[in-house]
Design a protein around this ligand. Structure first.
Ligand SMILES: Nc1ncnc2c1ncn2[C@@H]1O[C@H](COP(=O)(O)OP(=O)(O)OP(=O)(O)O)[C@@H](O)[C@H]1O
Length: 249
């Protein structure tokens, strides 16, 4: 058996235990737990309102929680050291609309202490080369969300948390972005990516399927297919819901 040393990174990038969150007088996360292995792409899927963004907010340390623990790269979520280690792209792009793509990225690179050369790299990675000098206010929705993703990629964070990064993108761009996610994971980055789109789920190493503040399943896509006897992940999800409802009744 191998002994881990103080220098070894923890084997899980994110570890959530019995996490409970209340928002607007409702229990939005009801005691959930799971691990995100390092160097993998994990998909967070579930219907609108099931709690995906709330969970993501807890992982990046901006959500008040009622109970439970969230450990990120071996530190409690929200720890100041995580600022440089975690890249977060929100659903609504948080960039300055009155300056250009490059100016936004230069600004965020200086805030994060990322090398200047990173600006060019992330622009290329998200395919915004032709728009580098365009004022952000004039970008399309999909271009804006790619700019937000580019900000999250600055400094090569160890963990990327992306809230619906492919909304509003055409199928080709979506495919390119998922290829980029795969390349980043192959290089050791961990990605937690939320999505409504089930065909994207097939590209993930593991899937967290959420419904009404609970995790219905946490497994590899093939294991979920085998468990439910369905091929299509949309159908897998539906069967898991009915199994869950039957078990609860
Ligand atoms: N600021 C808030 N105050 C009170 N309740 C909130 C707030 N934001 C979200 N909620 C509630 O928390 C629940 C979970 O919302 P959340 O945004 O986490 O869902 P989601 O799965 O990310 O949805 P979507 O896919 O539509 O973004 C919803 O019932 C929502 O109404």
């Amino acid at each position: 058996m191998m002994n881990s040393t103080a220098a070894d990174p923890p084997p899980t990038a994110v570890s959530v235990r019995d996490l409970r969150v209340r928002r607007g007088g409702r229990d939005v996360l009801r005691g959930i737990g799971f691990d995100v292995p390092r160097g993998s792409v994990v998909g967070l899927l579930g219907p609108s309102g099931c709690g995906k963004t709330t969970l993501i907010r807890a992982i990046v340390g901006v959500q008040i929680v009622r109970g439970g623990t969230v450990t990120v790269l071996g530190r409690p979520a929200g720890h100041p050291e995580l600022r440089r280690l975690v890249g977060y792209a929100t659903q609504n792009p948080a960039v300055y609309t009155d300056i250009t793509v490059t100016e936004n990225l230069r600004y965020f690179a200086s805030v994060l202490g990322a090398p200047r050369g990173d600006v060019r790299r992330v622009i290329d990675e998200v395919g915004l080369g032709r728009h580098r000098d365009q004022v952000a206010a004039t970008l399309s929705g999909g271009q804006l969300s790619r700019l937000s993703l580019a900000v999250a990629l600055l400094g090569r964070p160890e963990l990327l948390v992306l809230d619906e990064p492919t909304v509003g993108l055409d199928p080709l761009l979506r495919q390119e972005l998922w290829e980029l996610f795969g390349e980043l994971a192959a290089g050791g980055t961990t990605l937690l990516v939320s999505s409504h789109v089930m065909d994207e789920a097939a590209r993930c190493r593991r899937l967290l399927l959420m419904r009404e503040g609970a995790i219905l399943a946490d497994d590899a896509p093939d294991a979920l297919r085998a468990r439910t006897g369905a091929d299509d992940l949309e159908e897998v999800f539906l069967r898991l819901i009915s199994q869950h409802v039957e078990a609860a009744s």
